[in-house]
Design a protein around this ligand. Structure first.
Ligand code: AMP
Ligand code: MG
Length: 347
């Protein structure tokens, strides 16, 4: 029996809930999603209410077969090639939408975002329900995305008909979003699938300018990118090296900042990877480990859970090491910089 088939007997109620226009939270390989029937405008509308999500922030439509692309979108060769190469997986493709996709699902845009998730429970749920599943991350808007069912319960208990527990997710940050409507595909949101991985399949790919720096007065193409996502309740500041690689100076600065705020009577937290965590002993009210620096995939997997721990501990000021680099680090920094409101101290 495949992993996906093993889920089938467990998902009858949840699948029916989706068919009847209800909300179901489910695991994917990236983060947990809050799903509804993508072609039922009232069902999709419930997602915005449950999350407190602005109505202009469109949803990603989750499908279980590549063939479903053509029912929902006008598909070009580039999109087909990317889908065949990376699905099921953490890649979302933005394409011109077809008439059947309601405005509630696309936030009024003429494009639709499509993804085939790689989690067996997600695929089983989509197939069993027989609907296409519109789903953003299953967090209250502005909170870190959920990477365990416990996070979903914190935010969505009583709002979703079902919450499916698939254990902690594997990747931990949201999918790479690529706009394939133009001549050169543009990354609207970096993720686990990197620019280099995409370029190996389709040639030149660019970053949408808004990924690097949100531009004053120019709305980003992925409307979600303009909101202060992933914000912990405490004020987060990143500390990084400006030139050499004496990590010791970062440790010194982080300790100094946290100790100063603590003297002023605030609750403080420090977030660091396993390699340096013990260097911060005694400098803050709580220390939170975020994976291993030498294995950045573990940092991605632990990032949102770490940020939630500071919320649980009611921390006022959080100081964290930064994770500049290539590949998945690029996506980690994209999320961290937003969580920090771009507050970075260089030493
Ligand atoms: P979430 O799943 O919570 O990360 O939210 C979905 C993300 O996909 C948001 O950042 C949206 O702005 C983005 N998105 C969804 N549909 C589109 C679309 N048609 N064009 C551009 N971005 C989209
Ligand atoms: Mg989200």
């Amino acid at each position: 029996m495949s992993e996906e088939t093993a889920y089938v007997p467990l998902l009858g109620g949840a699948a029916q809930c989706l068919r009847e226009g209800g909300l179901v939270a489910f695991p994917t390989e990236t983060v947990y999603g809050l799903g509804a029937d993508a072609l039922n405008k009232d069902a999709a509308g419930k997602i915005y209410a449950a999350k407190g999500r602005p109505s202009d922030n469109p949803l990603i439509v989750h499908i279980a077969e590549v063939a479903a692309m053509d029912r929902l979108a006008c598909v070009n060769d580039m999109a087909r090639l990317l889908a065949e190469s990376f699905w099921p997986g953490p890649l979302t493709l933005v394409l011109p939408k077809r008439e059947i996709v309601p405005d509630n699902t696309t936030g009024g845009l003429k494009t639709v975002a499509l993804r085939m998730p790689a989690h067996p429970a997600a695929l089983a749920l989509i197939r069993q329900s027989g609907v296409y599943v519109a789903a953003p991350s299953a967090n209250i808007s502005g909170r870190p995305s959920p990477t365990t069912a416990a996070h979903v319960i914190e935010d969505m208990m009583g709002k979703a008909g079902y919450i499916i527990d698939g254990g902690p997710v594997g990747i931990g940050i949201e999918s790479t979003i690529v706009d394939v409507t133009g001549e050169i595909p543009a990354i609207l949101r970096p993720g686990y699938i990197t620019k280099e991985m995409l370029e190996a399949v389709i040639g030149k790919v660019m970053y949408d300018p808004a990924v690097e720096k949100p531009m004053e007065g120019v709305p980003p193409k992925a409307p979600g990118m303009k909101y202060t996502h992933y914000a912990p309740k405490g004020e987060l500041t990143l500390v990084e090296l400006s030139t050499d690689n004496q990590q010791q100076r970062v440790v010194h600065k982080l300790r100094e900042l946290a100790e100063e705020k603590r003297r002023q009577g605030f609750r403080t937290g420090i977030m660091a990877p396993k390699e340096t965590l013990s260097c911060y002993e005694g400098a803050a009210d709580i220390l939170v480990c975020v994976g291993e620096r030498k294995n950045q995939a573990t940092v991605a997997a632990g990032l949102y859970a770490a940020l939630r721990k500071f919320d649980d501990a009611d921390v006022d000021y959080i100081y964290a090491e930064s994770f500049r680099g290539e590949g998945v680090s690029y996506a980690i920094m994209n999320r961290l910089l937003k969580a920090a409101g771009h507050r970075v101290i260089k030493v």
